[in-house]
Design a protein around this ligand. Structure first.
Ligand SMILES: [Zn+2]
Length: 374
């Protein structure tokens, strides 16, 4: 906030504690352009997840000021509260309130492990602002841009410095139970058992064949698996496991869903869907602006879909959105070893600046901005 004030930006804090820093454009009647990310982290998180997007937006605005570039739209840097959802679940809660996924009451009523309410904690630390935390259709947003590390290995392996994010995968979660009969591991012959584990074996093989058949963008994860009662000399009575399926295309995700249900039904397993988050497609014009900026500054880019959730997902419910990814070393994130090189960060910040300049409707066409050089 001190850095923003030094630049003469106008600071407001909303009811969820999200911080906005505004640079005025020439025409106050035009919709604002937002850019930012989050400053909260994981218990052993790194220095890039979130922070990159906030500081790069600040650096881009700083550069626009340094070069005396005039622009029509206002631009606002944003730092969303509680993106990670570590102390207060769920994740992306402030951008969720903004985008209408959660009510303000729901957001403020989140409690931590000690029973402390998020709204009370914001007041205690002086971060409960008075700006409305809910998007107001009367003051629309022209675009929201978020620069972020990829948090996966795809970009680094591609050798390209920039990822242009087309959207975020759809996700569905299931709880599956296979029921058998508990018996002693010794006296009961194999053919007289009702053992759920051989069924589990067939089920898992078919699920992995299914996900392979749906192509390289399909994902399936069985992340929790438990046999009950969980004794080495008892044939389990039940086996429970979770399924997480993901795909960027809603139609294919639906086919995968049908396959999961029919495979489970055929093998006599009980399967219930407990969460459904549809795929998000970012705005074509904003994506085109990112691609044009990357091309102009000579950065090869990869079109990709985000495997992780971001504030941009909820903001995309009320505003046109695009995201820019840069690689991070070995795809590692939510870890103190998280790292992107100064060159990679510079490339991302340059593409963010170039995209902003396109969308801000720069008046003086003769005024060129030099990209950042690290
Ligand atoms: Zn993040």
């Amino acid at each position: 906030m001190a850095w923003c004030k030094d630049l003469g930006l106008q600071i407001t804090v909303d009811q969820m504690g999200s911080i906005f820093a505004r640079k005025k454009g020439l025409n106050p009647d035009l919709p604002v352009i937002l850019s930012g990310s989050h400053l909260d982290s994981q218990p052993s998180g790194g220095r890039f997840d979130g922070v990159l997007g906030v500081l790069a937006a600040l650096e881009a605005v700083h550069t626009i000021i340094d070069h005396g570039i005039s622009h029509h739209h206002d631009i606002e840097i944003v730092s969303w509260t509680n993106e990670e959802g570590v102390r207060f679940a769920p994740a992306m809660v402030a951008s969720g309130v903004y985008g209408g996924a959660f009510t303000l009451e729901y957001g403020l009523d989140r409690i931590d492990a000690d029973g402390i309410r998020l709204g009370d904690e914001l007041k205690r630390i002086g971060c409960a602002g008075d700006r409305s935390a809910v998007f107001n259709p009367e003051s629309p947003v022209k675009a929201y841009l978020e620069l972020h590390i990829e948090q996966g290995p795809v970009l680094e392996r591609s050798g390209k410095p920039i990822g242009v994010v087309a959207g975020v995968q759809g996700i569905r979660w299931y709880d599956v139970t296979i029921t058998g009969n508990e018996t002693h591991a010794g006296p009961t012959p194999m053919h007289l058992r009702q053992d759920p584990v051989p069924v589990l074996g067939k089920l898992i093989a078919r699920l992995y064949d299914m996900v392979t058949a749906h192509g390289p963008d399909a994902r399936l994860t069985i992340g929790e698996l438990a046999a009950s009662p969980g004794s080495r000399n008892t044939v389990p009575g039940t086996v429970r496991f979770t399924i997480d399926i993901r795909h960027p295309d809603a139609t294919i995700l639906e086919y995968m869903h049908r396959d999961v249900v029919s495979i489970c039904t055929e093998l006599g397993a009980h399967c219930s869907k407990i969460w459904d988050s549809p795929p998000v497609h970012f705005d074509q014009q904003c994506i085109a602006a990112v691609e044009a900026a990357a091309t102009e500054y000579g950065y090869p880019f990869l079109s990709m879909v985000s495997g992780a959730g971001h504030d941009a997902v909820y903001v995309s419910r009320v505003a046109p959105v695009a995201m820019i990814f840069i690689p991070c070393r070995d795809g590692v994130s939510h870890n103190e070893s998280e790292f992107s090189t100064p060159e990679q960060v510079t490339a991302g910040a340059n593409v963010l600046l170039g995209t902003l300049l396109r969308l801000l409707n720069v008046q003086d066409a003769g005024q060129q901005t030099t990209p950042f050089s690290h």
